[in-house]
Ligand binder design. Structure first.
Ligand code: ZN
Length: 424
């Protein structure tokens, strides 16, 4: 069992030094060097997706510039200043959430506050999160401070939406883009955490957690935590997948095989829809995940087998390659187009409930099946290609009629139509 008194993983493993940050090498190196050389600017803007470490690194920088005894370019974590910043009690380091303090009055207060010297630290640090939420007037007021910043002030602005930041603000800040942590690096990181926490976890389980975490360390750790609790400390792929809502690959594989098999019954095709519906699953998500699955197949059949690229663990990739490599790849493209069409229709119709979604999915799957059963242009072309090869290799075709009979079926030879007009 998991120790109920343990710290939440995301908090416990929140980096406290530059060296502990996962990924973000460029930003971390640049900031660390600036601090080492005493050349920290007066305003930074950190942009990037949620959970990529923007405010974490802002806090580390705040500690670093105020630390009384930095060690190897890192904040010591022990001095009075580091401790007060770490515990959120420092009067000189303020974290402001712009989403709830977006008005001009908030920024006016800030501007008044900026004038005063720090209480005990070397620098007053203002970390303004979600800064894109500020109103235009508030941005203008902030700009005035950024244009003439007092010596003792450091601004760190953070945003998930860089495109919403006015050009005038951007030109006053040093900007760093924080990238999502790549899947494989996240998986390795999670493995290391499990080792330290003495948690048994299957690699594939960590793969799914990293995938669901979508580049965010915080989200990935939170999924890991949920999975540890759910699996009672034995993190298996099957249970983790269930917990975080990835349906088994087999389900999509079976659906695909049934769509491709001309002999399958309609009932077999709608069966997975029925089971997801019955278990109260999200059907729109089911359709989206199926589309993603088809993308994976198309990648695999084109020779791409990197798990981080395909989005599936190695075992699933091998299984899909074995099961589907003999099938004409254009058929998967046809299914993909059909499912994509289904998804956009579901979106455009703004379906109110899962029953409506179910009806739409069933009917669209039927259409896809019927379409696959019809001879396709590409099928005919492939047969022509085979014919051309046969001709090239000198395999004899006795007559033109035989070619017609074999490859073109219904095409009628004009010469064989009786000339009725000349009949007397
Ligand atoms: Zn310190």
């Amino acid at each position: 069992m998991v120790d109920p008194g343990h710290l939440v993983l995301a908090r416990k493993y929140r980096p406290r030094t530059f060296g502990e940050v996962v990924e973000q090498g460029m930003a971390v190196t640049a900031l660390k060097n600036a601090a080492d050389n005493g050349r920290v600017g007066s305003a930074y803007l950190f942009s990037g997706a949620r959970g990529t470490g923007k405010t974490t690194i802002a806090r580390i920088l705040a500690k670093r510039v105020n630390c009384l005894q930095p060690k190897d370019g890192e904040p010591c974590g022990e001095c009075e200043s580091c401790v007060s910043i770490q515990t959120g009690t420092s009067l000189d380091v303020q974290e402001i959430d712009a989403a709830s303090n977006r008005s001009i009055d908030n920024v006016r207060d800030l501007r008044e506050n900026v004038k005063f010297q720090p209480m005990s630290a070397k620098k007053k640090v203002y970390i303004i999160d979600e800064v894109h939420m500020l109103t235009t007037e508030a941005f203008n007021a902030l700009l005035k401070t950024l244009e003439e910043p007092p010596e003792h002030v450091l601004f760190i602005l953070a945003t998930t939406e860089l495109n919403k930041i006015p050009e005038t603000i951007l030109s006053r800040c040093q900007t760093f883009a924080f990238r999502k942590v790549p899947l494989q690096i996240m998986q390795t990181f999670l493995k290391e955490i499990c080792k330290r926490e003495k948690i048994k976890a299957e690699d594939e389980a960590l793969f799914w957690i990293a995938r669901r975490g979508d580049g965010s360390v915080r989200d990935s750790l939170s999924f890991l935590e949920q999975s540890i609790t759910y699996t009672e400390g034995n993190v298996t792929a099957e249970k983790t997948r269930e917990l975080i809502g990835f349906l088994p690959t087999e389900l999509y594989l079976k659906l695909t095989e049934k769509l491709l098999d001309p002999k399958s019954k309609f009932e077999e095709i709608v069966e997975p829809v029925h089971s997801v519906f019955n278990e109260g699953g999200d059907l729109q998500r089911f359709v989206w995940d199926y589309l993603d699955f088809l993308r994976a197949i198309i990648h695999i059949l084109h020779g791409i087998d990197r798990p981080d690229f395909v989005g599936l663990p190695p075992t699933d990739i091998a299984r899909l390659r074995d099961s589907l490599s003999a099938t004409d790849p254009t058929k998967f493209q046809a299914i993909f187009d059909g499912v994509h069409n289904l998804l956009s229709r579901a979106y455009n119709l703004r379906l109110k409930n899962s029953y409506e979604t179910r009806v739409l999915i069933e009917m669209e799957l039927l259409k896809i099946k019927e379409k696959l059963a019809r001879p396709s242009i590409s099928g005919v072309l492939r047969r022509l290609d085979r014919l051309a090869t046969a001709v090239d290799q000198g395999i004899p075709f006795s007559t033109e009629e035989e070619v017609q009979k074999t490859f073109l079926g219904t095409m009628v030879d004009p010469g064989s139509v009786p000339d009725l007009e000349n009949k007397t």
